[in-house]
Design a protein. Structure first.
Length: 390
């Protein structure tokens, strides 16, 4: 597949000298990047982190893409799925953006994908983890620079079994994202010979966990696997520790359990294991440089959302350089995007045929309030995309 990508990229580079007069005229105008992210409400911090990361990557390229200036069109998605088609259409038809970057929320992504299919707008998803975007609903003009729920949870199944756990309870919110996440863990854990002895579903977005913790204590499994995020993750981890379960029943989950909220756990997260495609403590030259630059620019330590934005920007930089800034030849541009390979702060990242990231997933343990990398849980993991027909 890699040889094919290199051949495709060579073809793309060859098209640069064949730009039409209309393309050359368009290149005198800024590249318009539409950002359809949450800038208000619960997910504001995620939208801002993605935006900051993307702009940092482009600023490091002199503030240009393919030799052209950049104009940002920011639209608050409000994480509202019902407004997604209208908002997407406004960016594509009203503002005439060359790219749409978004969203955070998987429900919003579903609405965006319908417009992406109708309009052909080049869309890059910097967060939403719904599997269908790069599988059942895949299309040539849609890319993802983030993850799928499966990609971050599947590796923990083998980790749990390797650590001697044979009977595990799972617990998550009763909604699509939580179910997809837990299903990935279950698939791998059962393949290793483990048993899920109880699957607990909590009404979304409830954070009343006491009765479920009592149930877990009565079952006394070898470990608990969970998906909660944000404030829900904080509440669950703190309640789990307060119930006295942490010392006797190890707690593990996908990285969103603790991402961006460790400080709010007041030490209750110490020792919790998670699997994720990034950690702020990752020991690489690329990550050290990124963390330093991000902290200098925004006076805060970057997280996974920041990296996903940063790599979206780096992807645009590399692809637009490959086509000489030509956004008129859409086929060549899509080929260039598909051929991107990044030495990212998260490690090597490239794209599968379904335009999903092929990337490392790390095993992290909270130590002294930080995600310390214990090891690589899965190297260059590619997600199942058998339903993708492009």
């Amino acid at each position: 597949m890699k040889n094919a990508k290199k051949t495709a990229l060579a073809t793309v580079l060859g098209t640069v000298t064949l730009m039409s007069a209309s393309a050359a005229m368009a290149d005198s105008h800024p590249v318009k990047v539409g950002l359809m992210l949450p800038y208000s409400g619960t997910y504001t911090a995620l939208g801002e982190a993605i935006t900051n990361g993307l702009k940092l990557a482009i600023e490091q390229n002199g503030g240009q893409l393919g030799g052209r200036d950049v104009e940002y069109v920011q639209l608050d998605s409000e994480a509202n799925p019902s407004k997604a088609p209208q908002n997407m259409s406004r960016l594509v038809k009203g503002d005439g953006v060359d790219f749409v970057i978004g969203p955070v929320h998987s429900g919003v992504a579903m609405g965006m994908l319908r417009v992406a299919k109708q309009s052909g707008a080049i869309t890059i998803i910097p967060n939403a983890g719904l599997e269908a975007a790069t599988n059942q609903l895949c299309m040539p003009n849609v890319f993802r620079t983030s993850f799928s729920m499966w990609q971050n949870s599947f590796p923990m199944g083998k980790v749990a079994h390797d650590r001697g756990h044979r009977e595990v309870v799972t617990i998550t919110w009763d909604y699509a994202g939580g179910k997809e996440d837990v299903a990935g863990f279950k698939e791998a854990f059962e393949a290793e010979g483990g048993e899920i002895v109880e699957e607990i579903l909590v009404p979304f977005p409830s954070t009343e966990f006491q009765s479920y913790l009592t149930q877990i204590a009565s079952i006394a499994p070898d470990a608990v696997y969970t998906f909660f995020a944000g404030g829900g993750g904080v509440s669950f981890v703190r309640d789990y520790a307060a119930a006295g379960l942490k010392e006797s029943i190890p707690l593990m989950g996908s990285g969103f359990l603790t991402e961006g909220n460790i400080a709010a756990m007041d030490g209750a997260g110490e020792g919790v294991l998670t699997t994720m495609h990034y950690a702020e403590t990752l020991d690489s030259e690329e990550n050290r440089a990124f963390v330093s630059a991000y902290e200098d620019a925004y006076d805060v330590t970057p997280d996974t959302y920041s990296v996903q934005g940063y790599d979206t920007g780096a992807m645009l930089v590399q692809a637009l350089d490959a086509v000489g800034g030509n956004t008129e030849d859409r086929d060549a541009l899509i080929e260039a995007l598909a051929s991107v390979e990044l030495e990212s702060p998260r490690g090597l990242m490239s794209f599968s045929d379904s335009h999903h990231p092929i990337q490392n997933v790390y095993l992290r343990e909270i130590r002294d309030g930080k995600h310390e990398v214990v090891g690589v849980a899965a190297e260059q993991l590619e997600v199942p995309d058998d339903a993708c027909q492009m």
